[in-house]
Design a protein. Structure first.
Length: 265
């Protein structure tokens, strides 16, 4: 005879349940604490003033294709900025990601590297771009370097977390052959994380394509400067054309990235 299935799942220790309750209570408390500073009380205004948003968006209903070639050219520059910014970031994030992994590097290296990567992630691309504009002048190169610095901080964190979750078996096997530490990393670690690294890099390329659009606001090249100029001049038809070209470019980048991701992962 088979015993009746239990009505309840496996029990959890009281300590774990208390910790979970404390975490969820803390999260709820943070939401309540930030409700007024974040002005969440204005949420009903979205429904009350929907007609105002509709009037504003109606200005974008028409397209002005007069300068579409210029807009397309600058959008391509934006994609090129994102491409080079991502490539430079990947080249920097690989060594930083390895040095930030606890199972690869000693703690006296891991902690300083992680703090530097925190710094790179904490500073917005616009601020970093302004620093590079002061050094190299206006133009796309400042945008490339701004994206590279910020994306290095993001990818190094993701790369290090991927390294920390690897299977130690292949690593121990390579180490048992008497291989040097560099060879252990090359043959035991990187083959395991390379598909995931590639997926992260492609995702950041998609994100950087959108971020590069904003960098043009401070003269770091690309379509952003034309976009903000037309918005400030209330040229809604031209702005709509620019937005449409940007959307098409982002969709194409996303499709290419998905294709490459399926081939690599």
């Amino acid at each position: 005879m088979r015993s009746a299935p239990s009505r309840y799942g496996p029990g959890r220790p009281l300590t774990d349940r208390l910790i979970d309750a404390g975490v969820w209570s803390g999260l709820f408390g943070l939401l309540v604490w930030s409700f007024w500073p974040a002005q969440m009380f204005k949420l009903p205004l979205l429904a009350e003033n929907a007609d105002r948003m509709g009037e504003y968006l109606a200005g974008f209903a028409r397209l002005d294709l007069t300068d579409w070639e210029l807009y397309a050219e600058q959008t391509l520059v934006t994609v090129q900025i994102a491409l080079w910014g991502t490539v430079v970031a990947v080249l920097l994030a690989v060594p930083f990601g390895l040095l930030a992994a606890r199972n690869i590097a000693p703690v006296w290296i891991v902690q300083p590297v992680r703090r530097v990567m925190d710094l790179f992630r904490a500073i917005n691309e616009l601020v970093i771009a302004a620093v590079f504009v002061a050094a190299v002048g206006l133009g796309p190169f400042a945008g490339v370097m701004a994206l590279a610095v910020h994306t290095t901080g993001v990818l190094a964190k993701l790369f290090s977390e991927a390294v920390e979750s690897i299977d130690e078996g292949p690593v121990e096997g390579v180490r048992a052959t008497g291989a040097a530490p560099v060879n252990v990393v090359v043959w035991g670690v990187i083959p395991q994380v390379l598909p995931l690294w590639a997926s992260y890099a492609l995702y950041r390329f998609e994100s950087n394509t959108r971020s590069a659009t904003i960098l043009g606001l401070i003269g770091a090249g690309g379509i952003g400067q034309l976009l903000i100029e037309n918005i400030r001049a209330f040229e809604y038809a031209k702005t709509a054309t620019i937005l449409l070209i940007i959307i098409v470019a982002v969709v194409l980048v996303d499709m290419v990235s998905q294709l490459l991701r399926r081939r690599l992962v």
